[in-house]
Design a protein. Structure first.
Length: 289
C-alpha cells in the first residue's frame, strides 16, 4: 500500500467532538479545562466535508512559516507539512494568521483545526490535545554585541541581565524557569524581542534554535548565538482540540511518527532552511530537530 493510501485509510477512520475550555497564555492566568463532550460533528468530519484544513500560521517565523508581503502567499516547512496532511485528508490548506500566544485560543475557539510547533506543557495539556512529537528542539540565546559570551544559563540568571522574549511562547517559559533572577522583558512578537536586543534595550533573547539560526542568517550583526549548558531540548507537537473520539488525534500521531522516523520531517525542515540560504552544514551539530 502506498504512503498516501495508508494516510487516507487512517484519516477516513473517523470523527470526534470538540470540547471547550479557556486558556490563559502559558505561564500566566490559570486555565479552565473542560472535559471532551459529544457534539454533532467533529474536526475530522468538518475537514473532510468542507475539503478545507485551517492551519494557524505565524509571520516572521522562518523556517516554519514565511509570508510573502507582496503576494500574501505563505510558505515554509510547516506549510509543506500541512499540505501533506491535507492531501491525506483530501483537503486543501487554509492559512489563518495567528501568533505563538494566540494559536491555542484559536484552536479552542474553532478558528483553526491544527497548530504546528506546539510544545506540550502541563498547562496546555489541560485545555488542548497533542499528537505524538513532530520534532525535538534545542534552546539557544542570542546576546547583544558586546555582551559576555553565554556559556551556562547561570551566566544570564542575574537581576542586571535583561532577557527579551515573546509573550506566551515556550521561549518565555524557558527564560522564567532557568533565569528567574533575570529581568524578563515581554514583547508581543519575537521580532520585537530581537529588535530590543539589536538596539541594546535588552541583553539576551531566548529562542528555539531553528528560529535563532534563521534570525542570525537574516541579520548576522544582531548579536552572538550560543547554546547554553545544560543543553535544553523539548519536543514539539501538533496541537488540536480535545475530541471525544480519538481518531483525528490518532491519524495525526501516525502521520507525525511516520515522517519523523523516515527522516521526511528533517527534509522538510532543511527545505525551509534552504529558502533562507542555510545549508545543513551551517547548522551547529549540537542542535536537534
Amino acid at each position: 500500500m502506498q504512503r498516501r493510501q495508508i494516510f487516507s485509510h487512517v484519516a477516513a477512520a473517523g470523527a470526534a467532538a470538540a470540547a471547550g475550555a479557556t486558556l490563559a497564555t502559558s505561564g500566566t492566568a490559570a486555565a479552565q479545562p473542560a472535559a471532551p463532550t459529544a457534539s454533532a460533528g467533529s474536526t475530522l468530519d468538518k475537514i473532510q466535508k468542507s475539503g478545507v484544513l485551517k492551519v494557524a500560521v505565524i509571520p516572521g517565523q522562518e523556517p516554519y512559516f514565511h509570508k510573502d508581503l507582496a503576494t500574501n502567499e505563505w510558505s515554509g516547512a510547516c506549510l509543506e507539512m500541512a499540505a501533506d496532511i491535507a492531501s491525506a485528508l483530501r483537503a486543501k490548506v487554509e492559512p489563518v494568521e495567528s501568533s505563538w500566544g494566540n494559536q491555542i485560543l484559536d484552536l479552542q475557539s474553532g478558528k483553526v483545526d491544527l497548530a504546528f510547533a506546539v510544545s506540550p506543557t502541563p498547562q496546555r495539556a489541560l485545555v488542548i490535545d497533542f499528537s505524538s512529537p513532530l520534532l525535538v528542539h534545542s534552546y539557544t540565546t542570542i546576546a547583544r554585541k558586546g555582551f559576555p559570551k553565554v556559556v551556562n544559563w547561570s551566566d544570564i540568571n542575574k537581576p542586571e541581565v535583561k532577557i527579551a522574549v515573546d509573550l506566551g511562547s515556550t521561549h518565555e517559559t524557558i527564560a522564567r524557569r532557568y533565569c528567574p533572577k533575570a529581568t524578563i522583558m515581554g514583547f508581543k512578537t519575537r521580532d520585537e524581542a530581537i529588535l530590543a536586543v539589536s538596539t541594546g534595550r535588552a541583553d539576551v533573547n531566548v529562542s528555539l534554535a531553528v528560529i535563532a539560526i534563521s534570525t542570525m542568517k537574516k541579520n548576522p550583526n544582531v548579536g552572538t548565538l550560543a547554546i547554553p549548558r545544560p543543553a535544553l531540548t523539548m519536543p514539539t507537537n501538533l496541537g488540536l482540540r480535545y475530541e471525544a473520539d480519538p481518531r483525528y488525534k490518532n491519524f495525526l500521531s501516525v502521520w507525525a511518527d511516520n515522517n519523523r522516523f523516515s527522516g521526511q520531517t528533517r527534509e522538510w525542515m532543511q527545505k525551509g532552511f534552504a529558502a533562507l540560504q542555510i545549508k545543513p552544514e551551517d547548522i551547529p551539530a549540537e542542535i536537534q530537530f
